[in-house]
Design a protein around this ligand. Sequence first.
Ligand code: NAP
Length: 258
Amino acid sequence: MSMQGKTLVISGATRGIGKAILYRFAQNGVNVAFTYNKNEEEAAKIATDIEKTHGVKAKYYRLDILEPEQYIELFKQIDNDFERVDCFVSNAIIYGRSVVGGFAPFMRLKPKGLNNIYTATVLAFVVGAQEAAKRMKLIGGGAIVSLSSTGNLVYMPNYAGHGNSKNAVETMVKYAAVDLGEFGIRVNAVSGGPIDTDALKAFPDYAQIKAKVEEQSPLKRMGTATDLAGAVYFLCDPEQSAWLTGQTIVVDGGTTFK
Ligand SMILES: NC(=O)c1ccc[n+]([C@@H]2O[C@H](COP(=O)([O-])OP(=O)(O)OC[C@H]3O[C@@H](n4cnc5c(N)ncnc54)[C@H](OP(=O)(O)O)[C@@H]3O)[C@@H](O)[C@H]2O)c1
């Protein structure tokens, strides 16, 4: 019940992990402000469904994480629609043309693609978390979570750009946690092993990754978006994780150690 009536702000909730997180919070009585990039129609459908099914407020906004300063205007719009901001989840990830030269074997990496991934992963987290923290300070605290990935712990083909940026965002999370602790704001990361989403299906070796995970995981299955949603919710709920900050929780079905 500690989450009822609170507000979540989350980036990239039209699909995959972000969508699962959105529903997890809404099911628990949390109002939700979420972003889309291209799929406005899907965002509208999700907002209508959440309001009807879970009786909470749901609003959607356009955001491009390649332009992190868009978060400043976005949070002003959220101020008009919601009374408070309690949780912020930096989840959205870029794909397609913007990751060319970033999602590639080492010898084909290019500064532009790598920079795009860094901007979308680390700089978007920084600006989004800063704007969220300004609002959280006004209500005496809150929780911030960044999504990360075990591609910074184990080798994944073509994943150097993402893996390095996930390392960087995990370090940024620790610095934010130290600097924001005095305001009652906790900052953590959830690092997922391979999860069956559109982002993973875009990998050229998707079928091999899936087969390997199913073989490697002691739980003998692929991860699902809801597997990560529970960990994110746990980190945002002060009844469950009030003294947990500056950490990365690895949710990988046991694959990293094996
Ligand atoms: N899938 C995995 O195996 C895995 C594992 C560990 C961690 N993660 C992490 O979990 C997070 C979510 O991944 P996912 O697999 O759920 O991704 P996904 O299914 O591909 O969804 C990506 C989301 O990001 C949005 N987006 C795309 N480009 C954007 C842009 N330029 N600006 C703003 N938003 C944009 C999309 O919105 P539109 O639909 O409107 O375009 C969508 O809502 C990422 O941080 C990822 O690194 C994923």
